[in-house]
Ligand binder design. Sequence first.
Ligand code: OOG
Length: 256
Amino acid sequence: MTDVATWAARLDDAATGTAPIAPLSGDGLTDLAVAYEVQGGVVGLRLGRGERLVGGKLGLTSRAKQIAMGVDRPLYGLVTSGMARNSGSRLLLEELIHPRVEPEIAFVLGEPLEGPGVTVADVLAATRYVCPALDVIDSRYEGFRFTHLDAIADNASSAVFALGDDLVEPRGDLALTGCVLEVDGRVVESAAGAAVMGHPAAAVAYMANQLVATDRRLEAGWVVLSGGLTAPVPLLPGSTVTATLSGLGSVTLGAE
Ligand code: OOG
């Protein structure tokens, strides 16, 4: 059987060389714990290049995303400083494989969250700010095709993310927060916060509770991206993508 470090290096090489690989499930990846170990290895390689761990992200938390990818269970990943961009940045597509972008609600934590038993109310109490986010996913697998375990190993397809410039304290019902996704000024997708597990804070609670298995917790100061609210849209050359969330402002990324 191929070992964890070899799989992690294969995924990291695919990302840095923008050369997609065959899914690891075809090479004997069959175990959830091993998949998260590979993810840890992939993130460890980034940290070894001087990046910092800045938060977490959820994936496949909405029906729209699960249907789009043909995977019906959520997962989580870790986000690093090297993935963060300012709103308004333009990405160089030659540095990515086949990027897609999706709108999300991000939580910036003021206090740590440690499972088990973390609830939506706990997440809201620990949250300092919420803001709109654009999550650019870039599966390291050929054709953007993978199983649940493949996507876990590939750190939830994470590549780049941007947060909106306005950070607001959570108020009102985030399940009812409206989201509009525009490409070059044209509305391409829309959703409400409830698209993610009934309430986006439920996704953050899910991650806090899942982390128990790896003896980790969500840390104060971390940003947690709660997962794509809509189906992802391809990031095309020369385009500009904007997500606007009611009461939270907007976030924009362009691509060249
Ligand atoms: C894996 C998960 C991506 C989300 O919000 O669903 C993700 C994928 O679809 O490539 O971050």
